[in-house]
Design a protein around this ligand. Structure first.
Ligand code: MCN
Length: 748
């Protein structure tokens, strides 16, 4: 089934925050720090305020507490973020002042006229330097360490009994999420004193709670509306800008609006990844892994947020698809003078996969064994589920060897190795690299619940109200399919409502690819409840026993069992119920919560590396991604396509770069190598479905899987191409420069 929402988007009828008509709204422009670390000696707004209608506010005008850090266990509470920097700026992009103007152009001009007097401080950019605690971002905290994960304990005997022990380092480089719609926000104070905030977000209900808390309001005083959202990729959750907009609407008594510019988005929207991973893996000469140690150093950027917590997910998923008897993990999250780190497609899990999949390949190379064979010898077997790893991840269901077999068959692995041998023998410049990655990831990672409501309309159609949020994933289609199937209605007669906290009672929003397995299931269970309620009503109208009423889901009619002619269609039922003022009885809500599920898969990447120019070309990427039962295979494949693009982008193209003073060097799409469709081949996605026993749909998440599987497959392929030259490692992104450096290093 094609996506229901696409005709609207393709006709340009999507409605984003920026499209909102908001009469008399003031334009908000943030004046951001141009230095990465400095004491603020003064802000002179006189020239800016000389422009017509311009008002400038600074930290001195603010009466709000700090923002965060979020209440994750162990996060250093001394590292909260002032909503407007008052004494010290800690990254290029920190907010120093706010310009209020009648229009955006005047705001931009005025912002340039705000003079900021900085006293520069020493800057710390890399997490390795930050960990030395020489330059402190928060002297009152006494350290740059924002959080710790895993355990600092070292077992001296961890690698006892191993014939072979190999180590490596991998930096899962900093990425910018780059949603095509940058952040956008508008806020208005209503005559009843309530605040309405229109946000480009993934989490409207949580945003409402945080807004209320930060502004010191009762949540009932805040309404959040998220209209269409053009991508979020994990990064679009409530941040300081949205809080400031809501605060301004109250303070000024005038509606306000702000839309991020692209270059602003590159420094102000949180970044992702930025984790250094040091691994050591050991095992027997016949390829059995016995022990694994992973040390993580997470760069959290200037103010610790979700990013500081993500190494906990890396730790949880460290074992990957393998039965490894002994694992150690130690993680530290440190603040640096850079853009804060938050969730980005995969959020903590890609890092685990990147590390273990490089470790397995490094181990295989040391043993001179085929990397597919080493994986095969270490898989958690299909009959071992449910399986709890040494790192305490409770995997629900899986068939890791099945996924590997399927992807190798689909890719023609033996022929590819044959072609690789031929090219190596010929010794030409263009060498083939074949990379494998096997992954398992976690969705609904912190075992949350989601809200769903189903209401029969007076016309006999249905409305699904969900607390999940779709910012590109196609919930209008899949959630409608889920309810339509249970109600026996055509999908076209089911509409999906989301994103308005006044209309939808509760919700957690969307991240961690949890929507279908909790939100979709809640919608299904609410639909089932509506059917039960409908049976009672039909029984009354037809003067039958409720236990004798059945729903024919093919015809969409409720009838007396064995007598299909004594029936009411949904339309009949709705109109009779409406006439009796009893339509409300055909509404039900459900809240569903469940443990995490563990989607898995296997990817094969084929690259051609020109060993003279170091140019890398990705020729093929074959992907098996198993997310349990698929609701809509077309949408799931679309999610895999987008996910792979992100994964390949990390493997080959994208990286946020700072100079040693903390100046961003990749502040636009000219400098930041965001690939377009033209840079990428067509993926070969192969379906595989292993249902989870944890929910009625059998569904796991698919939104991030492609990303998690693709990066290590491509990374391994590049290293594989260069193996005959003695290369064992290439830094990410494995672009021309890094490949060239690896080749030169090996030659030296
Ligand atoms: N689906 C399915 N069968 C399954 C699982 C999912 O048909 N077994 C469908 C779903 O019903 C939904 C889509 O696939 O239409 C993705 O569902 P799910 O895996 O449940 O993930 P979420 O809806 O929770 O989406 C979140 C996830 C995350 S965390 C990021 S980041 C992400 C992503 O999805 N960001 C995206 N996909 C994105 N896609 C777009 N276009 N834009 C983003 O910003």
């Amino acid at each position: 089934m094609l996506r229901k929402e696409d005709p609207r988007f393709l006709r340009g009828e999507g409605r984003y925050v920026e499209n909102l008509p908001l009469a008399g709204a003031a334009s908000v422009t943030f004046v951001r720090s141009l230095l990465a670390h400095a004491r603020l000696a003064g802000v002179d707004a006189a020239a800016a305020e000389a422009l017509p209608g311009v008002q400038v506010l600074t930290g001195a005008d603010l009466d709000l507490a700090r923002f965060g850090p979020p209440p994750f266990p162990g996060l250093n509470p001394a590292m909260g973020r002032p909503l407007i920097a008052k004494d010290v700026v800690r990254f290029v992009g920190d907010i120093v002042a706010i310009v209020i103007s009648d229009d955006r152009a005047t705001g931009a001009d005025a912002a340039e006229l705000v003079l900021i007097d900085y006293d520069p401080l020493s800057t710390v950019v890399g997490p390795e330097d930050a960990a030395k605690d020489e330059v402190l971002l928060f002297p009152e905290a006494g350290t740059n360490v924002a959080a710790r994960s895993g355990s600092p304990e070292h077992d001296e005997k961890l690698f006892d009994g191993c014939d072979v022990v190999v180590s490596g380092t991998l930096v899962s480089q900093r990425m910018a999420p780059c949603p095509l719609e940058p952040r956008s926000c508008a806020a208005e104070l209503g005559p009843d004193g309530r605040i309405t905030a229109w946000l480009s977000t993934q989490t409207p209900h949580q945003d409402r709670m945080v807004l209320a808390e930060t502004l010191g309001l009762d949540p009932a005083q805040v309404r959040v509306i998220a209209p269409d959202v053009g991508g979020g990729f994990g990064a679009k959750m409530l941040n300081v800008e949205e809080v400031l907009l809501a605060w301004l609407a109250r303070k000024l008594g005038r509606p306000v609006r702000w839309t991020e510019t692209r270059s602003e988005s590159m420094v102000a929207l949180p970044h992702g990844r930025a984790q250094r991973l040091d691994f050591t893996i050991g095992g027997t000469r016949n390829g059995k892994v016995l022990a694994y140690r992973l040390d993580s150093l997470q760069d959290t950027g200037a103010y610790p947020a979700l990013g500081a917590f993500l190494p906990n997910l890396t730790a949880l998923m460290a074992s990957g698809v393998y039965a490894i008897p002994r694992i150690e993990f130690e993680g530290r999250s440190v603040v640096t003078n850079t853009t804060p780190i938050s969730a980005f497609r995969g959020a903590g899990r890609p890092e685990a996969t990147q590390a273990i999949e490089r470790a397995i390949d490094t181990f295989a190379a040391e043993l001179a064994m085929d990397p597919a064979e080493v994986r095969r010898r270490n898989f958690i077997p299909k009959d071992a589920f449910p399986h709890t790893t040494v790192t305490k991840a409770a995997y629900d269901s899986g068939d890791y060897e099945g996924a590997l077999d399927l992807v190798l068959r689909s890719a023609g692995y033996d022929e590819l190795r044959g072609e690789q041998r031929r090219r190596r023998d010929e010794g030409g410049a263009k060498q083939l690299g074949i990379g494998i990655s096997c992954y398992v990831e976690i969705t609904n990672g912190i075992a949350e619940s989601e809200f769903g409501e189903v209401e029969i309309t007076p016309e006999g159609g249905a409305i699904v109200r969900t607390g999940s949020f779709s910012h590109g994933q196609g919930h209008e289609t899949t959630f409608a399919m889920i309810a339509a199937e249970r109600l026996g209605l055509p999908v076209e007669m089911v509409s999906v409502h989301k994103g308005d906290t006044d209309e939808i009672a509760k919700g957690t929003g969307t991240y961690g690819s949890k929507s279908t397995q909790i939100g979709g299931v809640a919608a299904r269970l609410a639909a089932d409840d509506v059917v039960e309620q409908a049976k009672k009503l039909v029984a009354e109208f037809l003067e039958a026993n409720p236990a004798d009423i059945v729903l024919d889901t093919v015809l969409g009619r409720l009838h007396v069992v064995g007598t299909p002619s004594r029936a009411l269609s949904w339309a009949d039922l709705a109109s009779r119920a409406a006439a009796d003022d009893r339509l409300a009885e055909l509404t039900a809500e459900h809240r569903f919560n469940a443990a995490p599920t563990f989607p898995f898969g296997a990817h094969v990447a084929v690259v051609e590396v020109d060993t003279e120019t170091a140019q890398v070309e990705l020729l093929r990427l074959v992907a098996v991604d198993d997310a349990g039962t698929l609701i809509n295979p077309l949408i799931a494949e679309g999610q895999v396509h987008g996910g792979i693009a992100t994964g390949v982008a990390q493997a080959l193209y994208e990286q946020v770069v700072y100079d040693e003073d903390g100046n961003p060097l990749t502040g636009t799409f000219v400098g930041y190598a965001f690939p377009s469709a033209a840079d990428l081949p067509s993926w070969e996605a192969v379906e595989m479905e292993t249902p989870t026993p944890l929910n009625a749909l059998g569904a796991k998440g698919i939104g991030e899987s492609g990303t998690i599987g693709a990066t290590p497959a491509v990374h391994n392929a590049v290293v594989d191409a260069l193996a005959p030259f003695g290369v064992r490692h290439v830094d990410l992104p494995a672009n021309g420069e890094n490949v060239w450096r690896a080749l030169q290093g090996a030659k030296a």
